[in-house]
Design a protein around this ligand. Sequence first.
Ligand SMILES: [Zn+2]
Length: 434
Amino acid sequence: MQIKKLIPALALSLTTFYCLGQDVNKLIQQNDVERIIKTLASDDMQGRATFTPGIEKAAQFIEGQFKQIGLQPFPGDDSFRQNFKMTRLKALKTLVSINGKIIPADSAYVDSKAPAINWSNNADVKVVKLSAGMNFRDEYISYKRSGKNMLILVDPQFTAIFNKIKDVAGKGTIVTKTDDNGSLVFVLGNYDNLKSFDVSYTSKTEDLTLFNVAGVIPGKTKPDEYVIFSAHYDHLGILKPVQGDSIANGADDDASGTTAVIELAKYFKTLNNNARTLVFVTFTAEEIGEFGSQHFATTVDPAKVIAMFNIEMIGKKSKFGKNAAFITGFERSDFGPILQKNLEGSPYKFHPDPYPEQDLFYRSDNASLARVGVPAHTISTDEIDIDKLYHTVKDEVSTLDIGNITSMIKALAISSKSIVAGIDTPTRIPKLEK
Ligand SMILES: [Zn+2]
């Protein structure tokens, strides 16, 4: 290269480098972060519980932001809203007879995805005893895993836990689809001499609509390679009142992550130089079973997804202090080291998850994509082992450090740089067979 050409080139590259640092501070502003999180976590949104008017309001707000930013709908969708359906089953009538005698209604409950059950000494129904001294929880899990239809005779030793689970079951179950297999019928009492049984159960089924909100910035040179930025926008809704407050605002969990997704969309749209397609998605129904991300995983070819940045609870400074977060499942791919490399020279630092015993990798929406092989990780700052506000009505904006959220959004913007630019591709995560 000739010398007179070298100087402008050098000047240009220095400018680019300088701008990258400056862009983050210029484009990601604390007052905007505050505006978004205050809206999402306001009492007006009633804690954003799935299937409530509160989450509808939150979805409309996010759609409005995506529109203003100039995102496009996710490929295959005609709007930002990604609708899907689930079914709620609620017991109408449960009648169980043992040895020809009807047992009292409060001594039986059904855990089932079937709209109705009619058993009469069926040979394919396995009858088991949950005897005194066994571990209720472990046995329950093994029944569930078996996928078999079972009649379970529960020793009266377990009356307290039986009643608790019966109460929860009474609120109904939400399923992706109904299933006549794997029904569990629990009966409380001593039945040493079981000769015959009859179960007659009917439920009320109701179709419910749920929605993720997703928008994209198409990639300039690698449009078929997706990088996902996600968070869940649902929360717990209304809980038992504590000092007159019953709204679980979910400011940290996960209005903070949702705010990050919106801010990052705005940031990358302004830069508008992403090689890969960037997908910004806020999931519904995380708190009741990660249903939103599970649905999303069925709408995308996992092979196209290069990486997923799932953001959960970045509202308080981390165990590692200010300007630091952790990455779940750090050892499962080289996603973490790539982010760390991009953060070198910045004020920010990402660490491996310091709470491996909490199994956080499988406790958020990243798991829905990780199961199908995507390097999908959650980034968080929460001190989950000592966080007393977690899942309480006290998770409010006033308890958060908006500066921390703003720094973490900047850190996410910088740490994702080489992946967004199509330079780095994290290693895949082994698929989970199910
Ligand atoms: Zn959460």
